[in-house]
Design a protein around this ligand. Structure first.
Ligand SMILES: Cc1cc2nc3c(=O)[nH]c(=O)nc-3n(C[C@H](O)[C@H](O)[C@H](O)COP(=O)(O)OP(=O)(O)OC[C@H]3O[C@@H](n4cnc5c(N)ncnc54)[C@H](O)[C@@H]3O)c2cc1C
Length: 473
């Protein structure tokens, strides 16, 4: 069996001569093979049958009050919340099957504490939806696992920040505990605590299941009258100019028909830029590779909390009796040519880039050095210049809403943001102070500057470990 560090070394040297199949660094290629080809942890897909050649899963209506584009975390949460708020003449269009873009391979971590009161509220709502509301409404379990979360502090400054998070959490009733290194060792015996200053333990954090969450959300939305149509690609968005010269959404075009609608929600993930172009709307995000590796079984790891080590910029997610190890690199890989054919697909992992997480992970849980790697998961995710999502009505076209650019937090923010988007569409404004996420925070000259977006997105991705805990945003 290949152990984590030696396996990585072997793979990296294999890349140099000759290239090994799972780590071709030069080609940056992706596979269009289905899930199991790379041993991805989620064995179930939402539907086993290949519908690609069979057309849309339902007939298209002639008109709708709202058309949501994209059946990932954001699209499913948005249609669910719209339906729950009484907008039932609503249609979700997904070009492939639900979750096919980024959502199906998410790590699904949900931390409840962030250094912003609005974000704490958004996260709390997601947690309520997936751990309680959906189950009560549908009788189905979303796959939520409450295994807890542990933030690592290697210095006083970091622990002080966590104490502030704890105080903020108290206002919202979120249970958390500052633990000493010895208490941390009691909780997580496989952890190296020699270099720890302390930790913040949040017992009700946990892990979301993407397939279970999206299936349950769409079931609940459909039960209220919403229509979910898979295998139906949006190919155009018609825009009209009204008597006052204002541009407004008119209809959504697909190869299977046109739906008249005054309102479109762009929840198309890394494809959102293309959907924006169809309506003349700028969507300032970039697509990057984002990855984790799944280890072989680890004795004694079962039921441990998820771990986030901000100083080392790595996370360790519980995966049954194994771990998923991921992080934020200083030199992420951009996906410049976003392909329309990419569905339930992954990229080959670039070990030269991923290697930087190995030392931090092994330092935190030393048994990893002797643990094999079962699979690699490297997929596309969208990032923005300030590491905040893009939401709200586009200034260019009335009725064109954005719900995209989720910077590797679209599962945990999905519920809160889905509810805010629904409120925004129905009432013309969100319920919470969403200025930090509002697309209008970007001035026109910035959204025109692709280089600026790319450079800032790179910077905020690479600094994510620090931004997450230390920034007051
Ligand atoms: C490796 C990795 C780990 C992650 N870990 C976490 C985590 O632990 N916690 C967390 O909160 N987030 C995590 N994320 C991020 C999270 O998974 C994403 O932010 C989220 O899934 C994005 O959801 P979405 O709905 O915006 O996009 P997507 O899931 O990509 O959905 C967009 C959908 O739009 C569809 N579409 C595109 N074009 C069209 C068209 N023309 N017509 C119709 N449909 C179209 C696509 O097929 C796709 O299904 C992770 C991401 C990655 C890559």
């Amino acid at each position: 069996m290949a152990f984590l560090r030696s396996a990585v070394r072997r793979m990296v040297s294999a890349v140099r001569s000759p290239p090994a199949p799972i780590c071709r660094t030069s080609t940056r290629s992706y596979s269009s093979e289905p899930t199991r080809e790379k041993g991805v942890p989620y064995e179930k897909t939402l539907k086993q049958q290949d519908q690609a050649s069979t057309g849309p899963s339902k007939p298209l209506p002639r008109s709708a009050d709202v058309v949501v584009i994209g059946g990932g975390s954001l699209g499913c949460q948005t249609i669910y919340h719209l339906a729950k708020m009484g907008v039932t003449n609503v249609v979700l269009l997904e070009r492939d099957r639900l979750t096919a873009g980024t959502t199906w391979h998410t790590a699904g971590l949900l931390w409840q504490l962030r250094p912003s009161d609005v974000e704490v509220e958004l996260l709390a709502h997601t947690r309520n939806v997936i751990s309680k509301d959906l189950e009560e409404e549908t009788g189905l379990h979303t796959g939520w696992i409450q295994n807890g979360g542990l933030f690592i502090a290697s210095n006083k400054q970091r622990l002080d920040e966590y104490k502030r998070l704890m105080s903020l959490g108290k206002v919202y009733g979120i249970e958390s505990h500052v633990l000493s290194p010895a208490e941390t060792k009691d909780l997580y015996p496989l952890m190296n605590v020699d270099d720890l200053y302390g930790t913040l333990y949040v017992p009700k954090d946990g892990t979301m299941d993407p397939a279970g969450t999206c299936t349950t959300l769409t079931r609940a939305a459909s039960a209220r009258g919403a229509t979910v149509i898979e295998n139906c690609r949006v190919t155009g968005i018609q825009v009209r100019t009204d008597d006052l010269g204002v541009k407004r959404v008119k209809a959504v075009e697909t190869p299977h028909g046109t739906i008249e609608t005054p309102c479109v929600v762009n929840c198309a993930g890394v494809w959102a830029t293309k959907l924006g172009e169809m309506a003349g709307v700028k969507v300032p995000l970039v697509a990057m590779h984002h990855a984790y590796v799944v280890t072989e079984r680890i004795e004694g790891i079962k039921n441990m909390p998820n771990v986030r080590d901000h100083d080392a910029s790595v996370y360790l997610r519980l995966q049954g009796d194994a771990l998923s190890v991921g992080g934020y690199e200083h030199n992420p890989i951009f996906w410049d040519e976003v392909s329309d054919k990419f569905a339930f697909s992954l990229f080959d992992l670039d070990w030269d880039v991923f290697m930087q997480h190995i030392d931090g992970a092994i330092n935190r849980v030393p048994v990893l050095e002797q643990t094999g790697i079962k699979s690699t998961v490297c997929g596309p995710e969208s990032f923005t210049a300030d590491h905040k999502p893009l939401m709200g009505e586009a200034p260019e076209v009335r009725g064109f809403f954005l719900g995209c650019g989720f910077n590797s937090a679209g599962m945990m923010l999905g519920g809160g943001c889905g509810r805010e988007l629904a409120h925004w569409i129905i009432h013309g404004r969100p319920e919470k102070d969403m200025y930090g996420y509002d697309i209008r925070r970007f001035h026109n000259s910035l959204t025109d500057n692709q280089r600026w977006i790319r450079e800032r997105s790179h910077e905020s991705y690479s600094n994510f470990g620090f931004i997450q805990a230390l920034s007051p945003r």
